[in-house]
Ligand binder design. Structure first.
Ligand SMILES: Nc1nc(=O)c2c([nH]1)NC[C@@H]1CN(c3ccc(C(=O)N[C@@H](CCC(=O)O)C(=O)O)cc3)C=[N+]21
Length: 283
């Protein structure tokens, strides 16, 4: 039988730890601050940013927010980021993605100082990860590792397959698993025989962004399957994995919703505390 991995429970534990760290390591004047930058009026992005801001306040941290009009030029967004970069009350800066077309997201992300890059998406943060050095890690793959550790899944020596090579999830996920001594394959659209590759995986992380891509033909019996996909369908939220078709094939599986999603926000909170501690060391 397959055991569901409860992301909500693990995320709650991370958030409890963050609230404890905020209360014991900081004062009201020094408490970690997260700045969210929302460009434009995409409703889904507004909802995500709203839930991040509520969580920040709930955990006793400082909420800083900048709303930028959708027709803002690259230089205007850059100026907002530069101001937040200088602000000592801001420990971390999150530029909500996707940006309106015409803006160069990669260039804007790279204006964020590495010690404030709580999304872990800048080129410098990616380099620190590639070298397995101290730094802020992208929230979603960091959350996946927390889930695997919470479930007692052995990563060292495991065969891990990541489906998808996005900057946000797939690439950093592959590197984080390599850093933990898994044998890792990262697949993508040009992988000729995807089921043959994924069927080798003890740990299968699916971050393709393709609804229902993964079925029973992709899964090794006894595998741990992590579904990073999230899609709004007429039947409700669903992932990249056709969970109902897997039968008892997987040993463990994350649900959508209630799996990786809640972990992403929890790790953002944890990264904000880590950034505040990093700033203190730099001061
Ligand atoms: N700079 C940036 N950093 C991000 O980390 C980032 C972003 N931009 N843009 C959008 C994506 C998406 N994302 C999610 C976070 C939480 C849930 C989440 O909590 N999902 C719930 C369900 C929520 C619902 O009901 O819609 C769950 O899976 O249980 C999902 C998706 C972060 N992103």
């Amino acid at each position: 039988m397959t055991e569901w991995i409860d992301g909500k429970r693990v995320a709650q534990r991370i958030r409890d730890q963050v609230a404890h760290d905020v209360a014991t390591s900081f004062t009201a004047d020094t408490s970690p601050g997260l700045a969210t930058v929302l460009v434009g009026d995409d409703p889904a992005s507004a909802v995500y940013v709203g839930s991040k801001r509520r969580m920040v306040r709930h955990l006793g941290m400082r909420d800083v927010h900048r709303a930028v009009p959708s027709d803002a030029a690259q230089a205007e967004v850059a100026a907002v980021l530069d101001e937040l970069a200088e602000d000592p009350a801001v420990s971390g800066i999150l530029l909500q993605l996707p940006l309106p077309s015409g803006l160069d997201a990669a260039a804007l992300i790279d204006r964020i100082p590495v010690a404030k890059d709580v999304d872990g998406l800048s080129t410098v943060s990616a380099g620190l990860l590639a070298r397995d050095r101290f730094g802020l890690r992208p929230c979603t793959p960091a959350g996946v590792l927390e889930l695997l550790d919470a479930e007692g899944v052995k990563i060292e020596g495991a065969t891990a397959v990541v489906v998808g090579r996005s900057d946000l999830v797939g690439r950093p996920m592959g590197q984080m698993l390599v850093n933990r001594d898994a044998t890792v394959t990262v697949t993508h659209k040009a992988t000729p025989d995807l089921p043959a590759v994924t069927r080798e995986a003890d740990v299968l992380v699916v971050a393709a962004g393709v609804h229902g891509l993964i079925g029973p033909e992709h899964v090794k019996p006894g595998a741990t399957v992590i579904d990073v996909g999230i899609h709004r369908t007429p039947a409700g939220l669903a992932g990249d994995v056709r969970a109902a078709e897997l039968g008892g094939l997987a040993r463990r599986l994350t649900p959508v919703p209630g799996g990786v999603g809640p972990m992403t926000i929890a790790m953002l909170m944890a990264n904000t505390v880590k950034a505040a501690r990093w700033a203190r060391r730099l001061a």
